[in-house]
Design a protein around this ligand. Sequence first.
Ligand code: SR1
Ligand code: MG
Length: 403
Amino acid sequence: MSTYHPLSEAEAIEIARTLEGVFAPDAKLVSREIGDGNLNLVFHISDPATGRSIIMKQALPYAKVVGESWPLTLDRARIESEALMLEGKLAPGLVPTVYLYDKELALTVMEDLSDHVIMRQGLMNGGRYPQFAEHISTFLAQTLFFTSDLGHNQQEKKLRSAGFINPELCKITEDLIFDHPFTDADTNNFEPAIRDEAEALWNDGALHLEVALLREKFLTHSQALLHGDLHTGSIFITPESTKVIDPEFAYFGPMGFDIGAVIANLLLNFAAREGWDKTAADRDAYRAYLLKTVRDVWTKFEAKFIALWNEHGVDRLAAAAPGYKENYMRRLLQDTVGFAGCKMVRRIVGLAHVADIDKIQDAAVRERAQRLALEIGKTLIKTNRSAFSINQLIDAVETAAAK
Ligand code: SR1
Ligand code: MG
């Protein structure tokens, strides 16, 4: 294939033709650029005659959300394709199949998931996904346990981690999640109506201490291979199926960052419900569904992770030391709570927002959603080190919503 340049739709079609056994040589292929994320080009290539289709994702050498002034490594495409393939082995059926990775073009060709919807949009539309907690808890338990020192040979883990050194993408997270929302940074992006909230974030020393401790964990705690950006825009879903996509932020970091990302995005949708439900009764019913999902995600994850540990643990002392497992799971819950809080706050005052809240048309409703998300986020950050059960988190959310 040729040297790197951003592909046109016609070029994407030509590359698709070269894939063995996918399209007939004379197929009349159609391409649509469908990338609506912050960083990449995404082409959907299909043959209307047969209904066959694929996705081609190409990394751009800069952050699309900002422009060419923010250069970004193309190596993230390698990291993404390698993470997807490893996740596919550890959590079969829960990620798309990768057909091809082309290093020169920073291009990954994968299974088309057009029969699924992006979970964020599905939630905004009031969709319910009864298998989600089961699936995502399996994804989290399998990928986190088997890439950690508990479930994988510890020397091999160190060697594997070398392939997932991801400094540029980690720096985005370090800045946009663990720094900028808590100071008057140029990248921040919030509505004038909530300036008082932003200024309160910048001047809250107790909050800064907790964020600094969580940031330290993100920087130093190489616990397991993370997806690294596991929000509801990185999940394709149907009522029966869940597929995790986009692990370009993958690196070895603290497990709670991935679990917290899932919970934070369910709670951002919780905060936004007034913008999406027609009646207060609908809103309350959907919020109850979201909180049940949060509880199920954690409790199912916890049960599966402990079961894997009991059956496949590789660390003698971690298994034998009285109280260690309980201590480990408690710390994991605390990290989950704290990281969830940081991820909520960044989506309200930081650079990159979420459609759940930004697409609420009514300004007053949108402002209430933003304030509620910040209230929940700050509470989770401030209480993370005293968290002892998922019910405590749920109580805190219900209390914030009742104010
Ligand atoms: C400049 S990238 C902004 C955000 O988009 C990604 O999805 C990550 O969440 C990142 O922080
Ligand atoms: Mg992404």
